[in-house]
Ligand binder design. Structure first.
Ligand SMILES: [Zn+2]
Length: 149
């Protein structure tokens, strides 16, 4: 850990860049949760309601959770190519429009990713590498995610 502290002090720009990239990548996860959790809950409630009303009913077997299906266009449901699925940069390259059907992509996606990246850099400038930095990043992420509703 002492080596990491020394590295962060000696190469602060590189350290902050690494934290920014890590924050951008992790920042794409709240977008997944914000978009998919309401759909997952609605699917679960419909299944429960169907069971309560109709009793023995065949439930939908389509898997839909935080991990599957892979990232897709919210408009036409085409899978998003990996090169366009890069946090913030993908949105900028596409100028805020989907590659498949040229429909607008919500600015919320790059905003959440960029905010998370900035939070990581801010935490990295406040705390040295170690448990306190992880705690600071965790606290920032929790407060960040709680504002997503
Ligand atoms: Zn599309």
């Amino acid at each position: 850990m002492e080596q990491l502290v020394a590295f962060s002090e000696a190469y602060s720009l590189l350290w902050c860049s690494a934290l920014l990239v890590l924050g951008l990548v992790i920042g794409s996860f709240p977008n997944v949760v914000i978009r998919r959790l309401p759909v997952m809950l609605e699917m679960q409630w419909r299944d429960e309601a169907a069971l309560n009303v109709e009793g023995d009913v065949q439930l939908a077997q389509t898997r839909y959770d935080l991990w599957w299906p892979r990232s897709h266009c919210p408009n036409c449901h085409q899978p998003i190519a990996l090169r366009y699925n890069v946090p913030v940069l993908g949105w900028l390259v596409l100028r805020g429009r989907s590659h498949c059907c040229n429909q607008p992509i919500a600015w919320r996606y790059p905003l959440v990713e960029a905010a998370t990246g900035i939070l990581f850099v801010a935490a990295g400038s406040l705390w040295p590498p170690g448990v306190s930095l992880l705690g600071g990043i965790g606290s920032a992420c929790l407060s960040h995610c709680s504002g997503g509703d």
